[in-house]
Write a protein of this length. Structure first.
Length: 397
């Protein structure tokens, strides 16, 4: 304790030795602000040179002594990276709102965002609603605005239901970053969007992957998350256009699109129903981590893995068993960790006024390197990886 006090006093002496203009630059505090918090004059000042109990009174340096409290404040401020401070001098606060709880996809995404916050000295928290309903995130957004966060990163459950609260948040100076899905048609209600890959690439690659597994012929179905999910709808739109417009897929027939609401039990029920309703079904695309696992379970239980090929978007740890026992042959995903890291990094840069979103603008995103803003301030994380029995053990997330 004695050593810490000596260190604090040494820091104070260092501050006293600075010129007023040098002191003004210490962690953004102005001279006037520092002098405002100095000790008030004693109500009964002694004449200079006199002291109590016969002790000589030492002259103060500089005039108007700063109390130990000021020293403590200066030392505490020095402990905070200056680039992590908001304009009010407090650390940047980043909050991520996932689509819903219980979805394993968001676990590595959260870890990536947390890492980006830590690297920049920002505070990080995360919340999520119990369900992925269109309006389930509304109270959480309002709560975080009230709490005074600087950045809200969110995977929106709807492109329409959240716009009013986003507008209110941005008016109050909150940086809004959409992650993994966007406010399609309402992009003005967020600052930037971090997507995994281009939606066109997702839709095309999913159709091609399933086509290669079924010889490019037969009936297929899609099991999605919710009917309002912006990212799912964008991918499905591309899938339909690809199936209809590319002669390569003319013998593949899309017979149904169903929704499991990103809930394990409902997704499993919908997958079971597809197998019953279409006994000659050849394949299912499930572009959702919850849905692709449910489809694999349904096909495994029905012992139809030789007939029905399942693919989609899933995590390696979640799908490893189904790959190893040949229930499914291949599925795809990008790195959710990198996606979260990128979203956390860009949210921090924008909140600190170190980056202004604009199409074509480039910036450094820490460990994942340089990225740029595309049309409507969309940022792409990176290409998807196809997981098979040959490479799945190389990945652990």
């Amino acid at each position: 304790m004695q050593r810490r006090l000596e260190s604090a006093l040494a820091g104070a002496r260092g501050l006293f030795s600075l010129s007023p203009w040098e002191r003004a630059g210490v962690r953004g505090l102005s001279v006037r602000r520092l002098l405002e918090v100095r000790s008030p004059p004693h109500p009964n000042p002694l004449p200079e040179g006199e002291g109590t109990r016969g002790s000589p009174r030492q002259k103060l340096r500089p005039p108007g002594a700063w109390p130990v409290l000021l020293v403590s404040v200066a030392v505490c401020i020095a402990c905070i990276p200056i680039n992590a401070l908001a304009r009010d001098g407090k650390p940047i606060k980043i909050c991520y709102i996932a689509k819903n709880t219980g979805n394993p996809y968001f676990d590595p995404l959260i870890e990536g965002m947390k890492k980006a916050a830590e690297e920049n000295g920002a505070e990080f928290s995360t919340v999520a609603p119990a369900t992925a309903d269109a309006t389930s995130q509304l109270p959480l957004i309002k709560e975080q605005v009230q709490r005074g966060v600087n950045v809200i990163a969110i995977s929106p459950n709807s492109k329409d239901a959240l716009n009013r609260v986003f507008k209110e948040a941005m008016r109050k100076g909150v940086t809004v970053i959409t992650v993994d899905s966007d406010l399609t048609g309402n992009e003005q209600n967020r600052d930037a969007c971090v997507l995994t890959v281009d939606p066109i690439d997702v839709g095309n690659s999913q159709v091609e992957l399933l086509g290669s597994l079924i010889g490019y012929k037969g009936k297929i179905a899609i099991l999605s998350a919710t009917a309002d999910a912006p990212n799912q709808n964008a991918w499905i739109k591309v899938m339909k256009e690809t199936l209809a417009g590319d002669p390569k897929y003319k013998e593949m027939q899309l017979v149904d699109v169903v929704y499991g609401n990103d809930e394990p039990q409902k997704s499993r029920t919908e997958a079971d129903a597809l197998l019953i309703k279409y006994p000659d079904l050849r394949g299912i695309i499930a572009p959702t981590t919850v849905g692709v696992a449910a489809c694999a379970q349904a096909v495994e239980a029905a012992k139809k893995s030789d007939q029905v090929q399942v693919t989609g978007l899933g995590t390696p740890n979640q799908m490893r068993r189904f790959i190893k026992n040949d229930t499914i042959k291949a599925f795809a995903l990008w790195s959710p960790y990198d996606e979260g890291y990128l979203a956390g990094y860009v949210g921090y840069l924008i909140a600190c006024k170190k980056l202004t979103p604009a199409p074509g603008a480039k910036f450094d995103a820490g460990k994942i390197g340089q990225r740029d803003f595309r049309e409507k301030n969309v940022i792409i994380t990176g290409p998807p990886v196809t997981f098979t029995k040959e490479n799945i053990d190389k990945y652990n997330f």
